[in-house]
Design a protein around this ligand. Structure first.
Ligand SMILES: Cc1cc2nc3c(=O)[nH]c(=O)nc-3n(C[C@H](O)[C@H](O)[C@H](O)COP(=O)(O)OP(=O)(O)OC[C@H]3O[C@@H](n4cnc5c(N)ncnc54)[C@H](O)[C@@H]3O)c2cc1C
Length: 265
């Protein structure tokens, strides 16, 4: 029997064969989050073990990074820490954009309501002007939060986003009033806010929340535990997805790796 360790961004990789009836406990835990340890797996009679534990956010070495106003993107997204009304998002990759979108969002989402979508993108579905859009001004509710989306690179913000969707994310945040600033050096975080410099000019952003979206590292805690334990002597251990290579926005790679390995086994 073999066991795939977790849970694929909502799409669970379920155990492909039932585990030994003497180990029902782990199987039961698959329906909800349970931090599996090497000790849990030690007693099992596994033929293969697949570790798909994903990534953990990278913590940049900025003085004051342990200030109470600083939070990881997972804490921000999962609502584990309240986000204030003046927010700096450090890192403007796909996840930084998602966090800025979430933080600036108000009311019903345009992706859930046709009327809101039409209003925000300036489309008139009723009177059908030329192209559906001629003469229609998009109306987007400005965020009541002051949000800064920052990146170290001097290139334009959002350059690395998907070719077909990046422009829409950029426009959406711009219309909501999010400040997008490239070429930022982070100097310090303290009670005054986030100290930065841009082109040598020092500035303090008066913020009460700093969300870190500054890249990822593979989450290999369990994998390392397994390698160091006797579990590794009994069953081959495979590492897939973000736990193998920490790409920021690459579910396709993780799915491909998982599917190919499953087919091979
Ligand atoms: C905000 C955000 C937006 C994204 N948007 C996109 C996008 O638009 N397109 C795209 O392609 N990719 C996107 N990604 C990236 C995508 O989510 C990942 O590439 C993909 O989920 C990686 O899959 P995975 O199975 O390796 O890891 P994950 O999906 O992260 O799954 C790992 C799971 O393992 C669990 N886990 C870890 N350790 C243990 C343990 N010891 N015991 C039990 N469970 C454990 C974790 O809790 C997690 O549920 C986004 C990521 C984030 C954070």
């Amino acid at each position: 029997m073999w066991f795939i360790i977790p849970i694929f961004h909502g799409l669970s990789l379920m155990p492909l064969r039932r585990l030994s009836s003497s180990r029902p406990t782990i199987n039961n835990h698959l329906t909800r989050y349970y931090p599996v340890t090497a000790a849990d797996l030690r007693a099992g009679d596994w033929q293969e073990i697949i570790v798909a534990t994903g990534i953990k956010g990278r913590t940049p070495a900025i003085p004051g990074i342990d200030h109470p106003m600083v939070m990881s993107y997972t804490d921000a997204i999962l609502g584990r820490k309240p986000i204030g009304d003046k927010v700096a998002v450090i890192g403007a990759g796909g996840i930084g954009f998602d966090v800025a979108e979430l933080t600036s969002h108000k009311g019903v989402s345009a992706s859930l309501d046709v009327k809101v979508f039409a209003r925000e993108w300036g489309i008139d579905f009723e009177n059908h002007p030329r192209g559906g859009v001629a003469g229609v001004t998009p109306e987007v509710a400005k965020s009541d939060k002051e949000i800064y989306l920052l990146q170290r690179k001097a290139t334009s913000i959002g350059k690395g986003l998907g070719k077909t969707t990046g422009w829409a994310h950029r426009i959406s945040l711009k219309r909501k009033g999010v400040h997008m600033i490239p070429g930022v050096e982070y100097q310090q975080i303290d009670d005054q806010g986030l100290h930065i410099s841009i082109d040598g000019q020092e500035k303090i952003l008066d913020v009460n929340s700093v969300v870190i979206c500054a890249g990822q590292e593979s989450e290999r805690h369990l994998y390392d535990q397994l390698l160091a334990s006797q579990v590794a002597d009994n069953a081959p251990i495979h590492l897939i997805g973000g736990a193998d290579v920490a790409h920021e926005i690459d579910a396709k790679h993780a799915i491909s790796q998982g599917s190919r390995l499953a087919a091979k086994l």
